[in-house]
Write a protein that binds this ligand. Sequence first.
Ligand SMILES: Nc1ncnc2c1ncn2[C@@H]1O[C@H](COP(=O)(O)OP(=O)(O)O)[C@@H](O)[C@H]1O
Ligand SMILES: [Mg+2]
Length: 341
Amino acid sequence: MENSSSQAAAGKRLTPSAIAAYLDQYVVGQDEAKKKLAVAVYSHYRKLGKRRPDEVAVSKSNILLIGPTGTGKTLMCETLSHFLRVPFVTANATSLAQSKYVNEEIEALLLRLLEKAQGDLALAQSGIVFIDEVDKLKSGGSEQHGSSGESVQHALLKIMEGASVRLGATRSIDTTDILFICAGAFVGLESIAASSHAYGFIATSEADDEEILDRLNSRVKPTDLFKFGLIPEFTGRLPIIASLDNLSRELLVKIMVEPRNSIYNQFREILKDEGVELVIEEAAFRQIAEMAYEYKVGARSVRGIFEEMLVPVLFAIPDRPEVRKVVFKSLFEEPVLITAA
Ligand SMILES: Nc1ncnc2c1ncn2[C@@H]1O[C@H](COP(=O)(O)OP(=O)(O)O)[C@@H](O)[C@H]1O
Ligand SMILES: [Mg+2]
């Protein structure tokens, strides 16, 4: 019997470009990461769809997303899982490391995956497990009460390689075809990478030289990840590395406005229910983006600043049925209230 994920994979719409186009509706920027993710996911589910018993086992392309906080790592994975309609669960590496019983935590995680699949084992076995903050699993760090980062890496490694994991007394789940996406900010990785620019001389044409050097030096190398504190076996299970960029002020503005479920659209909807049209002018968005940019937490602080601006209006509007339209020209000025003529 075909499970629904392989049906999705067989459907002709699940091409890398279709995946990226779907991501574009919700995730702003990060085009390189989107493409890498799309290609990896495409090949993963294609492989599943085509698997025959006589086929050579192709190793799985688990993915590592590296990027500053609040730049869309979690959002990208969640969005992806909606598109694929496969069960998706999230674990946090920091909390795994805080537990003494890592293997039980991992069992619980896989059990949640099965629950998300409404008990459909085949579907669960082709789901996605997202593990956030893997950069917190540096080896060498001392953990007094929980487990060491390194032992968590070993535990994760086992399921990422593909293992049969017992779930309670009667069931077990095979993790071979589960796609693992790990993510982390990896603060400090850049300076490790910069100090390990080992690539200097390559004998090709001079023009190519530059480009190859640039490419080599801008890629995150597995050796940089070892130096950071990931064990080689763990890194080895994450062959695809995609980097997310810091969000510029322009992208922060886009994030407020453009996604289908953007914060602007959400609040326009809320006020529409009160019979009020909400208009926020470009200048106000740019001021919010400017403030959010200073906080250096990616898009995370955008919502708070945006909502603060709107609170006085949301407070007053229910008592002012004559107001038809609210216009914000600046974050620092009272909005203009336009009433029915
Ligand atoms: N590239 C992006 N496009 C759209 N929204 C984003 C983007 N990056 C971050 N956000 C917003 O910021 C919030 C936090 O992003 P998240 O994906 O959790 O960041 P992280 O990279 O730390 O996992 C999201 O809920 C989303 O609203
Ligand atoms: Mg996150």
